[in-house]
Write a protein that binds this ligand. Structure first.
Ligand SMILES: [Zn+2]
Length: 478
């Protein structure tokens, strides 16, 4: 009796061990012979085998250790490079109810371009965005992981539809309550009409509640004040540029005083004063303060370039127009019309300003500021196409002076760190989510190689760029 039961136990144990071994070696996906791009170190790890189960990187082994592994799908990545899925850290899903479907149809365009996470910097489609986000997670819809601000916070009668209006400091808690009820991922503040004291009160109150803040900023406050109040991300370079002027305080005071008069100082007038007084040494000291305070920056260089050249550039033959719905394309008129009316000297000034902006990026990087690549694509932002525009931003960042590795970090690990998701995303490592892009060529040699996409791996599925592009073109024409 005793003998039989231990034999049975033994057989059971053998059987279980057999099963366990089998489970270990029959994986969902194995990628062999890969050159893994270690974005943090800025180097290539050659000859790696990636083992992926349930959408997670279970193992990152050398060929020897992975010998004998089997999988449902195997990809031989000989001569190819694997990077983490890209993050576009500044996009917009917006345009109201009538453009909802067109926005939804654009989502696969991000995956087609290797962008597996987007940070939606505010708009008017929030309940729908939450639904898309959940459908994407459930594998029912092809699109990137969405981190969203939901509606923007702004002052009374704001520029953007769907913003929550905050007129006084007393209204701040209720506005943040409503964002918390909506379950948004961060607070986006816009500056079309918001008062300086209300802006700072939002940042402080959000900080006290543990909510992340990002924004534009009224010129009646300084970025230093915003940072000291807890601002986490400064969008675009206008505000850091303002802080690079030794005359920032006096200029800010003049602007503040003018707001109580019939003739408030306009944004472009103020920019002109700042341009004339911008000082790289002052800027450098400020950037170090930004780095110490952990305030990240999203330079959005590419959109400035596109908008500054609207008068001269012909976009009629752009390939990506095939992927943009008619409704969204119509929203492009707003910026095109305003660009067409700009006098030559304004156009020239904006170009000069952009050159100054470009010089700020490597200076910020050197000071230790976290740089986030973001395209600002979305309805109204003419010809800044979802998906493609992030790659153009990466090219701009390198042209401005970042190394390809630094640019790559700005579109992978940096966003994951800033948004508190680095344990799961941002690098190709064991235990992380297998959001991966297989490239035909090395992005550390040339950042444009991020566009040379062979396969995208997302949510346990593999995709090709061509298939997804075809799908988007078809969906937008239905
Ligand atoms: Zn934006």
């Amino acid at each position: 009796m005793k003998f039989i039961s231990s034999l049975a136990l033994c057989l059971t144990a053998l059987f279980l061990a057999g099963c366990a071994t089998q489970q270990q070696t029959t994986h969902d996906l194995i990628i062999t012979n890969a050159n893994v791009v270690d974005v943090a170190a800025g180097k290539v790890l050659p000859g790696r085998t990636l083992v992926i189960d349930d959408g997670i990187i279970g193992e990152l082994a050398d060929a020897e250790a992975a010998k004998g592994y089997t999988a449902t799908t195997t990809i031989d990545a000989q001569g190819k490079y694997i990077i983490p899925g890209l993050w576009d850290n500044h996009i917009h899903l917006r345009g109201g109810e009538e453009l909802k479907e067109e926005n939804k149809n654009l989502l696969p365009l991000f995956i087609a371009n290797g962008i597996t996470t987007v940070r939606d910097a505010g708009g008017d489609l929030y309940p729908a965005i939450r639904q898309w986000r959940d459908q994407i997670t459930a594998g029912e819809l092809v699109g990137p992981r969405i981190i969203t601000a939901g509606p923007k916070l702004d002052g009374p009668d704001p520029t953007w539809q769907g913003s929550i209006e905050v007129a006084t400091v007393a209204e701040v808690p209720a506005a943040l309550d409503s964002l918390q009820r909506l379950g948004v991922d961060f607070v986006k503040i816009y500056e079309s009409t918001i008062a300086g004291d209300v802006f700072l009160a939002i940042v402080k109150e959000a900080e006290a509640r543990g909510m992340m803040t990002a924004g534009h900023m009224p010129f009646t406050v300084s970025l230093g004040e915003a940072i000291d109040s807890g601002l986490d991300i400064t969008e675009h370079l206008y505000y850091a540029f303002k802080a690079g002027s030794p005359q920032e305080d006096s200029i800010t005071n003049v602007i503040r005083t003018s707001y109580a008069t019939e003739k408030p100082v306009g944004f472009y007038t103020a920019l002109g004063w700042l341009y004339n007084s911008y000082d790289p040494a002052t800027a450098q000291a400020f950037f170090r303060h930004m780095a110490d305070a952990n305030t990240a920056v999203v330079p959005t260089l590419y959109i400035s370039q596109v908008l500054n050249n609207l008068q001269q550039d012909d976009h009629s033959e752009d390939q990506y127009r095939a992927y943009i719905g008619d409704g969204i394309e119509q929203t492009y008129a707003r910026r095109i019309n305003s660009a067409m009316q700009q006098p030559a000297e304004t156009v020239q000034f904006m170009r000069n300003l952009n050159a100054k902006f470009q010089s700020m990026v490597p200076a910020m990087q050197a000071a230790g500021v976290t740089v986030l690549a973001g395209s600002d694509c979305g309805a109204y932002n003419s010809y800044v196409y979802p998906g493609l525009s992030l790659h153009k931003e990466l090219e701009q960042l390198v042209q401005a002076g970042l190394s390809p590795a630094q640019a790559l970090r700005s579109a992978t690990i940096n966003g994951a760190r800033v948004m508190g998701r680095a344990a799961q995303y941002g690098t190709v490592e064991q235990g992380k989510v297998a959001d991966l892009v297989l490239l035909n060529s090395n992005p550390l040699e040339n950042i444009s190689h991020t566009q040379d996409i062979h396969t995208i791996i997302f949510g346990g599925e593999t995709y090709t760029k061509q298939d997804l592009l075809r799908q988007v073109a078809t969906d937008q024409r239905q």
